[in-house]
Design a protein around this ligand. Structure first.
Ligand code: NAD
Length: 475
């Protein structure tokens, strides 16, 4: 499916260069920001199935202008140095855009996780962690991995445990990776975070009439037709929340084994169960199946959510894309060639570095939680409830004493008297982050006639912030 003309890395560099070209940066700084500082390649053996199996892994550090550096670990047969470096660069820009105090990094292991059982994957992951740890490429203060395609809570728990065994005296050891299960130091809301962020990003877009007009859209998310490619961690949560909470219609889901469609909207929860039990979308009773996933990307819809992999919309199919908005839940799903074609067609692209930043944002909250060794809201929650109770009781007393006999609306008292738990605080912090970053991108997009799309605006905001950090470092 990958485009043969522009690689993912070339696309990222072209987009960066386009934005940097609109800015006045100190001499040499553009190049300093662009280049990837280092990439470590490791080949290691694990004795499995009666023989030594050799695996190739990467950890790339794009920019250490802030530390620790941050970025997911991907398990896929397509992992290669170029891809990891492009993803690491995107992490640098993403962190700057959403103001999380990290540099950019990314890692990957070249393997198909479906070919190995749980025990085998655990042994491979622990060995990879050992290799990373020996080079300070996993550490709470220097380099903090997270889940990405093909990895999740389970792998992060193994990595955290392997790290802890190697560094038993490090009180912050848990903060060496994020995306861990709650029981192993994770935070509520991390699993859903990237999909939740996609939902918040779309909601924010729909709050701005002038932005919607650019895409030829009006109204609310309710009833809008959405196509999702990839119903994995990110695609599933985005689709579920948009359907359940915003009443959008997920009309098509594209997966590895084909496409499932229902113009009335698919039941996402049921479809996910079907995928978990059968391995694909084929045979799902709630929609019509067809084989050609590539063609389905070109179906008419309001919003297209590529949430699987990079370079799926490229120079050859861009002209046939018939949506109004693309929100890049995956990293790099639109190549630089396609970007230009879609811009000419008037398709608005909500760029990856913003759209999928929910993951790293909540990872940041998890890292802070691990370092502070206390869950979010634990100190304030009951105090907040007590103050709310005082107010409600005072209102009730006033009402009785004055004979006005006011009554509070149904459900108000319970809702008002409940202090925020960790999940609510995480969602609030994420929503705030997505709204703030959108505002900054919009300011640049509408305020500078040379900035011709939201992606360029996102790069300008990110590059400006990174440049400021370099400035204050005296470089
Ligand atoms: P995942 O492995 O959980 O899900 C990927 C899904 O895409 C799977 O359901 C898979 O079957 C499907 N898929 C794979 N190849 C496909 C194809 N050719 N056509 C259609 N579907 C295909 O991965 P994820 O964590 O959801 O990541 C998806 C994308 O989101 C990646 O680009 C990743 O870098 C990006 N991302 C993930 C996170 C995160 O927190 N997990 C954060 C930011 C960005």
């Amino acid at each position: 499916m990958a485009n043969t003309h522009t690689s993912f890395r070339e696309s990222v560099e072209r987009m960066f260069t386009h934005a940097a070209g609109l800015m006045t940066l100190p001499p040499g700084l553009e190049e300093k920001i662009r280049v990837c500082n280092s990439t470590y390649t490791v080949r290691f053996g694990v004795r499995l199935r009666g023989q030594i199996q050799t695996f190739t892994g990467y950890r790339s550090v794009h920019s250490e202008h802030m530390e620790p550096v941050k970025g997911g670990i991907r398990y896929s047969l397509d992992v290669n140095q170029d891809e990891v470096e492009a993803l690491a660069a995107l992490m640098t820009y993403k962190c700057a855009l959403v103001e999380v105090p990290f540099g950019g990094s990314k890692g990957g292991l070249r393997l198909d996780p479906r070919e190995w059982n749980e025990d085998e994957l655990e042994r491979i992951t622990r060995r990879f962690t050992y290799e990373l740890s020996r080079r300070n490429l996993i550490s709470p203060s220097q380099n903090v991995p997270a889940p990405d395609m093909g990895t999740g809570e389970r792998e992060m728990a193994w990595m955290a445990d392997a790290y802890k065994r190697l560094h038993p005296d490090d009180i912050n050891a848990k903060a060496c990776v994020t995306g861990k299960p709650r029981t192993a130091g994770g935070i509520d809301g991390r699993v859903e975070a990237t999909g939740r962020g996609v939902q918040y990003a779309l909601r924010e877009f729909f709050r701005h009439d002038d932005m919607m007009k650019r895409a030829g859209l009006e109204g609310t998310l309710a009833g809008k037709r959405i196509i999702v490619q990839g119903l994995g961690n990110v695609g599933y949560h985005a689709a579920l929340f948009l359907a359940r909470e915003d009443k959008a219609l997920i009309t098509t889901v594209i997966e590895r084994d084909g496409v499932i469609s229902n113009p009335q909207g698919l039941d996402i929860e049921a479809l996910r169960q079907h995928i978990v039990s059968t391995g694909g979308v084929k045979g799902f009773a709630g929609g019509d199946w067809r084989a050609d996933g590539k063609a389905a990307l070109e179906d008419e819809c309001d919003v297209l959510i590529p949430a699987a992999m990079e370079s799926v919309i490229h120079g050859e199919n861009a002209d046939r894309i018939r949506c109004k908005v693309i929100i890049e839940a995956a990293n790099g799903p639109v190549t630089a060639d396609a970007d230009e074609v879609l811009k000419r067609k008037g398709v608005v692209i909500i760029p990856d570095m913003y759209a999928n930043a929910g993951g790293v944002t909540v990872s940041y909250f998890e890292w802070v939680k691990n370092l502070s060794q206390i869950s979010l809201g634990r100190l304030e929650r009951r105090h907040e409830e007590a103050r709310a109770r005082m107010l409600v009781e005072e209102l009730e007393r006033l009402s009785a004493d004055t004979g006005l006999n006011w009554t509070l609306s149904k459900g108000f008292k319970e809702a008002f008297l409940t202090g925020a738990d960790e999940l609510e605080l995480v969602r609030s912090g994420l929503d705030d982050t997505m709204r703030e970053a959108f505002g900054k991108m919009k300011e640049v997009w509408v305020g500078n006639s040379k900035v011709d799309d939201m992606r360029t605006a996102a790069y300008v905001v990110a590059i400006r912030r990174i440049s400021n950090v370099y400035g204050s470092l005296g470089l």
